[in-house]
Design a protein around this ligand. Structure first.
Ligand SMILES: C[S@@+](CC[C@H](N)C(=O)[O-])C[C@H]1O[C@@H](n2cnc3c(N)ncnc32)[C@H](O)[C@@H]1O
Length: 281
């Protein structure tokens, strides 16, 4: 398991993953933009744990635009709120949230957290570990910085081992990522602009029709079901296709990984959007 997700990458490849991540998110997608909030998905799935556990010292790993961070900063029961990301835009976030005296916003990597062990009651990370070269190292680091009985709330990409259409989509994604790797950043941007209306027509429109005829659950299994207009998918396409790496986990794989790091009370909900995870140290 370790091997599959650690993959023994050379230093050059590891550096290039970091560089690409910094450029895509820190200097482009997250520069001066506020994403939609994602915490609500984990909250809805693990409502009881969420209400019970959100107190004490909190760490968000990979805070991106700060959309979720803004919510956490306002939770009264959180004594301190720490957020890290490797993106340059972290400096803007530091300025933006300087009025929160309990906030600590730092530019750092999930692979090497600049904190002593047993520091946090909660680690939260949405859509980050699968974009790093060693997702298992991110899990190991999360475990290290958690206090005993501390909890992790995590969202990761799913391998969708049981959804045929999604697996087809993943295959297509892999092929396109190979093409993207051979062209310049600006051309990757242009292609994403062209692909957005195409994906909207092929995926979003049929998904909307299914929803209209009452097949709501099935409509959500179609990629890009959330599109709102022909060009609404550009940033999602960039997020997927221009990402340096997209690891995907089967439900049992992630359970085994968490167990191997001694996490307990592991709960994993898999749906058509991905893997939603709760576990305790
Ligand atoms: C898809 S975005 C998700 C951002 C945010 N969590 C959200 O839900 O909108 C991935 C984020 O992971 C960050 N990231 C990638 N590799 C990282 C690493 N090694 N350490 C910390 N953050 C990383 C990127 O800079 C980016 O902000």
């Amino acid at each position: 398991m370790e091997r599959k997700f650690n993959n023994y990458m050379s230093k050059e490849i590891r550096n290039s993953i970091t560089e690409k991540a910094e450029k895509l998110w820190g200097e482009d997608l997250h520069k001066n933009k506020l994403n939609s909030q994602h915490f609500i998905q984990l909250k809805n799935i693990f409502l009881t744990h969420w209400d019970r556990e959100l107190k004490g010292d909190f760490l968000e790993i990979g805070c991106g635009t700060g959309a979720d961070l803004e919510y956490f900063l306002k939770i009264k029961n959180l004594k301190t709120v720490t957020a890290i990301d490797i993106g340059k835009n972290i400096d803007d976030l530091k300025k933006k949230y300087k009025m929160y005296s309990h906030a600590n916003i730092i530019r750092a990597s999930a692979l090497n957290l600049p904190f002593e062990k047993n520091k946090f009651n909660i680690v939260y990370s949405f859509g980050v570990f699968h974009h790093t070269e060693y997702p298992t190292k991110c899990i190991e680091e999360s475990y290290r910085v958690l206090k005993k009985n501390g909890v992790i709330f995590l969202y990761l990409y799913s391998a969708h081992e049981d959804i045929f259409f999604k697996r087809l989509g993943i295959l297509f994604e892999k092929k396109l990522m190979q093409v993207y790797k051979s062209i310049s950043y600006s051309n990757q941007n242009k292609i994403s602009g062209v692909l957005s209306p195409i994906c909207w027509l092929i995926f979003t429109v049929p998904s909307r029709i299914l929803e209209l005829i009452g097949l709501k659950k099935f409509s959500k299994k179609i990629p890009f079901f959330f599109g709102t207009h022909p060009f609404s998918l550009i940033n999602d396409l960039k997020d997927r296709l221009m990402a340096p790496v997209n690891h995907r986990f089967e439900k049992n794989e992630i359970k085994d990984i968490l167990e191997s790091y001694k996490f307990k009370e592991i709960k994993i909900e898999k749906n058509s959007s991905g893997l939603y995870i709760f576990a305790k140290k």
